[in-house]
Write a protein that binds this ligand. Sequence first.
Ligand code: GLA
Length: 330
Amino acid sequence: MKTLAKLLTCCAISGAGFLSLQTTSYAEDVKIGFVVKQPEEPWFQDEWRFADQAAKEKNFTVVKIGAENGEKVMSAIDNLASQQAQGLVICVPDVKLGPAVVAKSTADHLKLMTVDDQLVDGKGNPISAVPHMGISAHEIGKQVGQAIVDEIKKRGWNMEDVGAIRVTYEQLPTAHDRVTGATEVLLAAGFPKANIIDAPQAKTDTENAFNAANIALTKNPKFQKWVSFGLNDEAVLGAVRAAEGRGFGADKMIGVGIGGAQSAINEFNKPNPTGFFGTVLISPKRHGYETSLLMYNWITQNQEPPKLTLTSGKLMNRDNLKEIRQEFGL
Ligand code: GLA
């Protein structure tokens, strides 16, 4: 098609005919970057998979890049520009990179959209000029809190005897909003504030959550039962593993995560239940497929994506895993 377009250009056919052909050949050349902060995390692998699906359907190219720190983000953007990409969707490793990411993408003439973690400016305010798709963090956090409260009640636990491992990552606003939502619901249900123990993680992976949770457990030997919540499934799985190591198994731990990707599925598929009681399933399809398509439309039709799209989630556990994932088209 490209050769044909060139041929027709040489032959100087009528303006209208040339224009429509040019559009086609341009669409074929569309290349977008999909840059993620933690390529080893199943959530991001799912996003990439759905970005690929969009690319296949619309016949464009997705360049997938893992960028775990600021330096890698900057070189990823330059790399995309040198490959003649026209835009990128990114989940940054540190939202404070916001102004630098905007400046670099602008300088490299790349359209920019963020996914999952919204960029912030020097004052810590969201950079709302960059189109963003994230989860409704506070609402989803509340769903987590409600699931924990319901299960505490179902088991007839006395909240006074229960500790809560709140795995935190305060430098990331979506993490803050998620745990705040969960905390609010717990407190409103009468969970004692003093029983909520912060476990700040240094990085948002299971290992760091495990280390943080271990400290919380060591410092609070008085609790005989635990619940846990945090930014994502990895955070809660870290707490669940740490609790297990001290003898708090499925009957003494109610962990509810956020995500519902492979790490949660593996847990639910274990023959015996673990302390990982449930998760709020969110949609990697929307975050991977839809963002890529929005970027594609922006490049090909100059249709700018909505400034802010917030996606919702649904509580999932080992009993309804298949149905709920199906509902989400997964
Ligand atoms: C953040 C988390 C991920 C995932 C996404 C969802 O980026 O680090 O694990 O929960 O949000 O938007």
